[in-house]
Design a binder for this molecule. Structure first.
Ligand SMILES: NC(=O)c1ccc[n+]([C@@H]2O[C@H](COP(=O)([O-])OP(=O)(O)OC[C@H]3O[C@@H](n4cnc5c(N)ncnc54)[C@H](OP(=O)(O)O)[C@@H]3O)[C@@H](O)[C@H]2O)c1
Length: 220
């Protein structure tokens, strides 16, 4: 099973993904700027896994050591933190699969919207910042709350896009290993901007209807 490194995985989205990937049988590492924070998050998550009857074990450490040798590297930080994080990792990202789950979202007076970026999406921005990595955008439409609620199965489709077909296929397989979820090939990386817009729409729907929404594509 591929090892997954969640950089900045101490936040809610990273912890939720860590639990779900670990339950699906993947070795998972939580990265942080502070190794103690990562170890603490890993310990908490391992207690939750034990309580759920799983023997999976999540480890924690500095972002750089979590990324070292991992098969899939997933930065789970606020999008503004991406340039510094990726610069710190430098050549360690060359030839690696980078799973981009970030959404450049802000909440304004009239609801959630997308921030402007140096590229059309965070997926394309990450690809610019780490040109020798294979970036795949996806898992952007799953909320941390849903991911963390491991007593409930997830539901919906996981749209994944990227320019490297082999990397995209590996991330599709990852999505399909999570019970009830379906990975969908969403084409090239430039479609990342549409995945990000869907997240903004879902959050605005949640707010308007006091609901928790997710997506499923009909016709496929
Ligand atoms: N929350 C959701 O429901 C959701 C849904 C879909 C996508 N996402 C995306 O997932 C990403 C993480 O979301 P989140 O809610 O978990 O975020 P978060 O709690 O704000 O941040 C996650 C982690 O990022 C690290 N971090 C924060 N500022 C940083 C900086 N300046 N430099 C380096 N690392 C920094 C921190 O880890 P350390 O302090 O331990 O280093 C923090 O625990 C975001 O890009 C978000 O758009 C979130």
């Amino acid at each position: 099973m591929e090892t997954i490194a969640l950089l900045g995985g101490t936040g809610p989205e990273g912890q939720g993904l860590a639990l779900r990937f670990a339950l699906a049988g993947h070795p998972v590492r939580i990265g942080s700027r502070d190794p103690q924070r990562a170890e603490q998050a890993a310990t908490t998550l391992n207690h939750r896994l034990r309580a759920a009857g799983s023997s999976a074990a999540i480890s924690g450490g500095l972002n750089r050591s979590a990324a070292e040798g991992a098969d899939i590297i997933c930065p789970v930080v606020p999008h503004r933190a991406l340039p510094a994080l990726l610069a710190e990792l430098g050549a360690a990202l060359d030839g690696r699969v980078l799973l981009d789950v970030t959404v450049p979202i802000s909440r304004g007076a009239d609801g959630f919207g997308l921030d402007s970026l140096p590229s059309g999406s965070t997926g394309e921005w990450i690809q610019q910042l780490a040109p020798r990595a294979s970036v795949v955008s996806g898992f952007k439409n799953l909320s941390a709350n849903e991911l963390l609620a491991i007593d409930h199965p997830l539901d919906g489709d996981v749209l994944l896009c990227g320019d490297d077909a082999a990397a995209r296929d590996r991330c599709l397989a990852l999505a399909n290993r999570l019970p009830n979820l379906r990975g969908i090939d969403a084409g090239p990386l430039r479609n990342s901007r549409f995945l990000e817009a869907i997240t903004a729409l879902l959050l605005n729907l949640n707010r308007r209807h006091r609901a928790t929404t997710s997506i499923r594509i009909l016709g496929l």
